[in-house]
Design a protein around this ligand. Structure first.
Ligand SMILES: Nc1ncnc2c1ncn2[C@@H]1O[C@H](COP(=O)(O)OP(=O)(O)OP(=O)(O)O)[C@@H](O)[C@H]1O
Length: 251
């Protein structure tokens, strides 16, 4: 990967929530994501995937190491400094929305921050709803009046509203049925190309990773134990027994 433009780089990151714990949640994590590529972070529950995702959007402080976004050091708490260029979407899309305002009002919020005028707001909201195939009628509803699939499309539109270049997708299809999972994964692939996005796609499901990822890093007990690139024949070659087990369990 030497010489390729990296959107985000994680160098030797360690994270410990409490000094009382002997072992930290993450130990010596290093990874990089190039422009317009998707790195899937695959691992079982409790291995530290969401923690690493939150660290990579600047929501969580670290105990050791460095995170670079477009070559600039990312410090927890300085998320605003990157002006929406890094975004995150979650398993429970309801958590992305204020229950007291309509979906349309929620989608407009990042545009008010940018001081976009009325016509630009309408244009960008309509454009993104079109891209994520969200019916404009739904903009007048409140979050609890949408289905899980509709809400996840709206959450993705909201994450993309500020025109980010890097998005952390934390188990974004886990709560959906297989048909809707497939639709959202297809949508993510299209959006990646349309907007030149880079993703960290957090999942416990090898099949979901296989669908969207250019590379997969396997996280186990807070460490990256294996790393594979999709071969030309669409296959992956893992070496570590735990990574092979995760792959075989899905097939
Ligand atoms: N804010 C926190 N304070 C203390 N411990 C935490 C906190 N957040 C997570 N942990 C602990 O860190 C470990 C890793 O959690 P994390 O949510 O990062 O794992 P995960 O791989 O994303 O799991 P899942 O797939 O179940 O969401 C767990 O043992 C969890 O209890």
């Amino acid at each position: 990967m030497e010489g390729q433009a990296m959107v985000i780089e994680v160098h030797n990151v360690a994270k410990r929530y409490s000094k009382k714990c002997k072992q930290g949640v993450l130990q010596d994590i290093s990874l990089q994501i190039e422009r317009q590529t998707c790195l899937a972070l695959l691992g079982e529950s409790g291995t530290g995937k969401s923690t690493l995702g939150r660290i990579m959007v600047g929501l969580e402080p670290i105990n050791k190491g460095d995170i670079l976004f477009n070559g600039e050091k990312l410090l927890a708490g300085r998320h605003k400094h990157f002006a929406g260029k890094i975004q995150m979407a979650f398993q429970d899309p309801l958590s992305a929305f204020n229950p007291r305002i309509t979906i349309g009002e929620s989608l407009a919020e990042p545009l008010f921050v940018e001081k976009a005028g009325n016509s630009e707001r309408t244009e960008r909201i309509n454009g993104l709803c079109n891209d994520v195939q969200l019916d404009l009628e739904l903009l007048h509803r409140f979050p609890n009046q949408l289905s899980g699939g509709q809400l996840q499309r709206a959450a993705i539109a909201r994450a993309l509203m500020s025109r980010p270049s890097f998005v952390v997708l934390d188990e974004v299809v886990s709560s959906l049925d297989v048909i809707h999972q497939h639709h959202i994964l297809e949508l993510l692939n299209t959006l990646k190309k349309t907007y030149g996005l880079s993703y960290l796609f957090i999942t416990h499901d090898f099949l979901a990773a296989n669908y969207v990822a250019d590379r997969i890093a396997v996280l186990h007990d807070g460490a990256i134990i294996d790393h594979a690139e999709k071969k030309a024949n669409g296959k992956w070659k893992f070496v570590h027994p735990q990574a092979v087990r995760l792959q075989e369990a899905a097939l």
